[in-house]
Ligand binder design. Sequence first.
Ligand SMILES: Cc1cc2nc3c(=O)[nH]c(=O)nc-3n(C[C@H](O)[C@H](O)[C@H](O)COP(=O)(O)OP(=O)(O)OC[C@H]3O[C@@H](n4cnc5c(N)ncnc54)[C@H](O)[C@@H]3O)c2cc1C
Length: 444
Amino acid sequence: MTVDVEARASEIEAAYRLADGCYLLGSLERGVTVYNQQVRAHNLAWALWERRKSYPIKNIAVVGGGIGGLTMAACLLSLFEPTTKVTIFEKLWDLSPIQQGADGRWLHPRIYDWPYFGSRAPGASLPVLNWSEGRASDVARTILNEFGQFCDGFAADGDRISVYLGLRNFTLNVGDKTIDYVGTRSKRTGAFFDLDQPEGGTSTFDCIVLASGFGLESGADEFPVSSYWRNDQLAQPALNGAHHRYLISGFGDGALVDLCRLTVERYRQDTILYELFGDDLEPVEEVFRNDISKIGDDANLYELLTGYDQNRLVRAKQEISNRVRKDTSVVLHISGRDGKIARFSEIFGQRSSVLNRLMTFLLYRCGAFSLSFEEPSEFAPKNGISRDHVLCRYGADTVQHLRDMIADHTDLETRLTEMKDSRKQVTRRLWQPGAFPNPRSKID
Ligand SMILES: Cc1cc2nc3c(=O)[nH]c(=O)nc-3n(C[C@H](O)[C@H](O)[C@H](O)COP(=O)(O)OP(=O)(O)OC[C@H]3O[C@@H](n4cnc5c(N)ncnc54)[C@H](O)[C@@H]3O)c2cc1C
């Protein structure tokens, strides 16, 4: 990325541009975490602001009121002049709806970057909508409180920010930057947005940011599964003392986190590395980092992990062995939706974080789960696994999710494919340090 500020802003703008004046926030990228989406929002907002003299923006729509969309909106409010208006369109009935109430999921800003420097730090250290690791529900609460602060600091008067919730109709026409909607306008009271009047209309914006995320996970027709962020009891020992069998299908981060929760006693994403490696953690990280940098971030890690098996991983294997759950037995189905995976070693590519691949390797070596290549619909009944214990974690069909909301999507297919293949929305901090003003200085 170039050092020259203007050129850097132009490069960022180009990486996010779906069409003239219409931008896509991270949906087709890899490394889809809350923190990464927030960094992308900072980068894009800063780039739009930096280019404001050549491309002035007075009226911006942010589609999606998840953490990515809220960060985008707060960044825009803080950077642009008070005359620039921001409208958020959120399909559901509240902001940050996905993580709200998710008490059973731990959110850490950068643990999925492990073993890189700073990845274990508990704080996001972001200038806008900052947070620290915690239960997803607590993180959502922090984000919403912070968003309230940004509204107080930068949009206290008049109608600088409008929020529509509970959309019954939403169609975006990218060509003329027009949105048709029926939703409920909301009124802000501190960090809360209370419902006001239902309203429908057609609005044209000079800039639209699509922060509609990745879409809901698709699962499998025969085995509907709740979203990853819904509360469940998988990590809790059964109160009747019974032994339960589970089948997890998939090998992305969602599936592998459930594998850890179902196989490791008292599994916690925030403490597991310290428990596995103790005082060896820093030297082990150093070795991982150096070795991964030689083979590249996208490489399959199976051989590397096998090479560590008798040395670097001995302590960790012992620790895991002592903590394998006694009340569950778990099978991991890994042939993939298209049935192409034939060997365990093939799932160690970049479909999941290094930490989750390491956990999967260790658990396998400790015999904490077994493998299946047979379709879940055949395997589960044969092995006495009840339907509600089959967890198909297949991620979301993001391109279809985007097509569903964009009326003129056929004109954008080439660009969507290009964005998916090129993945240029990096998660490095590219904004100028100090660019984002602090809302508290405005309030005081
Ligand atoms: C299975 C799974 C596991 C994950 N695990 C982790 C993890 O451990 N750690 C982590 O940091 N991240 C994780 N993520 C990613 C995380 O969910 C997102 O990065 C995070 O929610 C912020 O992204 P976002 O705001 O861009 O998108 P979302 O949170 O998806 O928000 C998008 C918003 O847009 C709204 N929307 C959708 N369509 C429309 C429309 N047509 N009109 C208006 N609004 C619309 C949605 O209702 C939603 O509120 C995981 C994701 C999945 C799917």
